[in-house]
Design a protein around this ligand. Structure first.
Ligand SMILES: Nc1ncnc2c1ncn2[C@@H]1O[C@H](COP(=O)(O)OP(=O)(O)OP(=O)(O)O)[C@@H](O)[C@H]1O
Length: 250
């Protein structure tokens, strides 16, 4: 069974038809990269998987998205639970104005967990998982803002991991980072993929080839081609994909 399945997904912002009949199946522990020119709908599609677009007025979704076989837009779905299972990391690191420790503990506290020993354990585990522990273990009480941009982004990944999601959505997670921090985030994706199913939006095609198993190429709200990353970048089936990856447009 697929971990994530999108069937005949259409999405409108008002009268603007942003996504057109998208079908996609993602297996557990796969890393899938979304590529395509600006405005083609990558982020819109990504945000459907944790219902972030629910917050935007006058939008409409048709079709179905399932995670672990459940329609995530079903009325019975608790959106807070869904977002616990489907974590998100944004383009710009967005730590809270709190200590490093409290940033990671935050999700556990809002979920009502009060056992401090358990919280401390999860904070350490998440920071280790995000390859940040050794850099911050002696300054956990310091403000998250005192970290570098790359460290802040790994802190945000740790924060997402702390509530034990099974899916991580990453919207251009390295685009605001320097090359060394970018390499660290990419390395991290390799390390954590054994535990998560990951979807990453990226403008950087080298990054897509480095981190992903599958790549989806979007253009003007349509999913043009979705295949093994190697195939997409060496021998795509569609002319639009070929044009995009060779820099002929976008
Ligand atoms: N809140 C919104 N209201 C109205 N239209 C929107 C909204 N968000 C996005 N759009 C439109 O939907 C289309 C897809 O946008 P989206 O952000 O998903 O593209 P993208 O491929 O992620 O682009 P980029 O690579 O530039 O981030 C664009 O034409 C955009 O203008």
């Amino acid at each position: 069974m697929s971990k994530i399945e999108a069937q005949h997904v259409d999405f409108h912002y008002g009268s603007f038809h942003a996504l057109k009949d998208i079908n996609m199946s993602i297996k557990e522990h796969e890393v899938v990269a979304f590529i395509g020119p600006s405005g083609c709908g990558k982020s819109t599609f990504l945000r459907l998987f944790n219902r972030m677009n629910d917050l935007i007025p006058d939008t409409r979704l048709d079709g179905q998205i399932t995670i672990d076989g459940q329609n995530i837009y079903d009325r019975s779905v608790n959106v807070d639970e869904l977002r616990k299972n489907v974590g998100m990391v944004f383009q710009r690191p967005n730590p809270f104005p709190k200590s490093i420790y409290e940033n990671v503990a935050y999700g556990l506290r809002v979920n009502g967990i009060k056992d401090e020993a358990f919280i401390a354990e999860m904070v350490e585990e998440s920071l280790r998982g995000a390859a940040l522990w050794d850099e911050v273990k002696d300054k956990l009480k310091k403000s998250a803002y005192a970290l570098s941009g790359g460290q802040q982004q790994r802190l945000c990944i740790a924060r997402a991991m702390a509530v034990s999601p099974s899916v991580l959505l990453m919207d251009e997670p390295a685009s605001a980072l320097d090359p060394i921090s970018t390499a660290k985030v990419e390395e991290l994706i390799h390390e954590i993929k054994k535990d998560y199913t990951i979807i990453i939006v990226t403008h950087n095609m080298q990054q897509a080839t480095r981190v992903s198993d599958k790549t989806a190429f979007f253009y003007l709200g349509q999913l043009i081609e979705y295949d093994n990353t190697n195939k997409i970048f060496t021998n795509p089936s569609k002319e639009e994909t070929q044009n995009y990856i060779t820099g002929r447009f976008g």
